[in-house]
Write a protein that binds this ligand. Structure first.
Ligand SMILES: *[C@@H]1O[C@H](CO)[C@@H](O)[C@H](O)[C@H]1NC(C)=O
Ligand SMILES: *[C@@H]1O[C@H](CO)[C@@H](O)[C@H](O)[C@H]1NC(C)=O
Ligand SMILES: *[C@@H]1O[C@H](CO)[C@@H](O)[C@H](O)[C@H]1NC(C)=O
Length: 300
């Protein structure tokens, strides 16, 4: 319940940094510049402040926002400024001049890693931080929603709504700085962008992003053997499929039948004692079945 109160609804836009808005985007994603849609002053401009104090025009408001040269391939005229694909050079400070008003927007372009986790399985988000001296709050968010928070001084934790009893870090985090978060029982609605960072002096440090997809639940081990779902990663995956086993078994049976017929013929001729060869020959039937069992073990 306490976790509820910690929930935040600030969509992408978060804490003002240097007297402005901060916007997070994952590299390559589309970015909508906040407040550009609310401005209706003709001649309003959005400029990117470059290092050294120079400014580069991004867009200008006429009847709609029009992209400046250099942005035309990534931006269409629109009611708000939307950059279709962010790149790392888009990072930094933007100045929105709307009539007599000015707003600063800090765009943070974050590189992320991707992971795909089958529904029902556990997801691990790797994170290491120097926990021997510097302190602060370790926080994990999904999009803008709190997932997990750990106070590095007191060790107290809280979990976001919907993540109760599903998140944990290894108990030895204080001694080894391993703050890797485990999320148990992944659900389809857990998909999204996870941001992991340490909040200290109102600043985020060691920011890391992971884009998580949730794939369909793994089937039962029997079905997995049939469909070879676990062989998805790369082609060099050689598990004996069922039909191969069936063919081998059939061949063995045929061979057995031949041997059997021959031995029966022979025993007919040499009278009695015809059973033992059949028992010995029956051994190979069980052999092809061994890989199935191994299959189970290796899948676990
Ligand atoms: C930007 O994306 C929108 C929506 O997908 C698309 O309609 C538009 O043509 C794109 N503009 C440019 C310049 O790529
Ligand atoms: C125009 O802006 C809206 C958001 O205000 C966005 O959803 C839409 O995709 C944009 N269209 C283009 C063509 O960029
Ligand atoms: C989490 O675990 C506690 C203690 O076992 C339990 O009281 C609580 O209902 C659980 N919460 C959820 C959302 O499962």
């Amino acid at each position: 319940m306490a976790a509820h109160t910690l929930r935040m609804f600030l969509l992408i836009v978060h804490l003002p940094l240097v007297g402005g808005l901060a916007v997070d985007t994952i590299l390559g994603d589309r970015v909508q510049f906040p407040e550009t849609g609310q401005c209706s002053e003709r001649g309003a401009t959005l400029q990117h402040t470059l290092t050294g104090g120079n400014s580069q025009p991004v867009a200008r408001l006429e009847d709609v926002w029009k992209p400046a040269a250099g942005y035309k391939d990534r931006m269409s005229p629109n009611e708000s400024v939307v950059l279709n694909r962010s790149n790392i050079n888009d990072q930094g400070l933007y100045r929105l001049t709307c009539g007599s008003e000015e707003r600063l927007i800090h765009l943070n372009v974050i590189t992320s890693s991707e992971k795909s986790v089958p529904e029902g399985q556990a997801a691990g988000f790797t994170f290491h931080y120097f926990t021997a001296g510097e302190l602060g709050r370790y926080r994990v968010k999904r999009n803008t929603q709190l997932v997990f928070e750990l106070d590095l001084s007191s060790g107290s934790t809280s979990q976001g709504s919907g993540f109760e009893n599903r998140t944990s870090v290894a108990p030895h985090w204080r001694s080894d700085g391993d703050l890797t978060l485990t999320l148990q029982g992944v659900k389809p609605e857990d998909r999204g962008d996870y941001f992991l960072y340490v909040l200290k002096d109102r600043k985020r440090g060691h920011l890391q992003a992971v884009r998580m997809r949730v794939s369909p639940a793994l089937n039962t081990p029997e079905e997995r053997n049939l469909e070879q779902i676990t062989c998805t990663p790369q082609p060099p995956c050689k598990k004996t499929p069922w039909f191969t086993i069936a063919i081998i078994a059939a061949l063995v049976l045929v061979a057995l039948g031949v041997v059997c017929v021959q031995s029966i013929c022979r025993s007919n001729v040499s009278s009695g004692g015809g059973r033992s060869p059949t028992e010995e020959e029956s051994q190979p039937i069980t052999d092809p079945r061994v890989p199935e069992e191994n299959g189970h073990a290796s899948l676990a």
